[in-house]
Design a protein around this ligand. Structure first.
Ligand SMILES: Cc1cc2nc3c(=O)[nH]c(=O)nc-3n(C[C@H](O)[C@H](O)[C@H](O)COP(=O)(O)O)c2cc1C
Length: 162
């Protein structure tokens, strides 16, 4: 088992698929940050976008992962309103002290938002908790299989090199 830990949030399953594939590439444990907000339907979609845009931290079921053993932490999330996903924000706030000295990376599933935007959102909001991200990638949910695989492998390679 590697010293990486993969945590994910998902509404529609794409981030879970990315997290599980990345976990296999890294040989890492994969756990879900449970999202306790009902996000179904159009109302749930609008609510999610608004919560993300307003930088809300929303209720989660903490996966209770062992952070002490992890040197590298990968947060996998859907992009909502080009922003940090609210359940991820809740998890980071809850574990801020345990993140000191760890390498943190972000992998996002989206419709095509550039990874530079996601990186900037994380690094500006969580500078004191996570500093600069070790890696940040955003993979569109409709990316073709071979390109999706290549982007995941490249992302995993960056983390393995570190
Ligand atoms: C409320 C909401 C807002 C979204 N905003 C964006 C966005 O700003 N940019 C983007 O590229 N994709 C956006 N998306 C698309 C999701 O990021 C995309 O469908 C992603 O693959 C969903 O991941 P999931 O299946 O893990 O929930 C949004 C989706 C939702 C539900």
């Amino acid at each position: 088992m590697s010293d990486a830990l993969v945590l994910y949030v998902t509404r529609d399953g794409h981030s879970r698929a990315l997290a599980l594939d990345l976990g296999l590439l890294l040989g890492a444990e994969v756990r879900e940050i449970g999202d306790l907000v009902n996000r179904r339907g159009l109302f749930g979609w609008i609510k999610s976008g608004r919560q993300a845009a307003m930088r809300r931290a929303t209720p989660i079921r903490d996966p209770g992962a062992d952070l002490k053993a992890a040197r590298t932490l990968v947060l996998v999330q859907p992009v909502w309103a080009s922003a940090v996903c609210p359940p991820v924000r809740s998890w980071i706030r809850a574990h801020a002290k345990e993140l000191a000295g760890k390498r943190v990376a972000v992998l996002a599933s989206d419709f095509g938002a550039p990874s530079s935007v996601i990186r900037a959102k994380f690094e500006s909001e969580f500078r004191s908790e996570i500093g600069s991200l070790a890696a940040c990638e955003a993979i569109p949910q409709k990316e073709g299989d071979s390109l999706r695989r290549k982007r995941l492998e490249d992302f995993a390679a960056v983390l393995k090199r570190g």
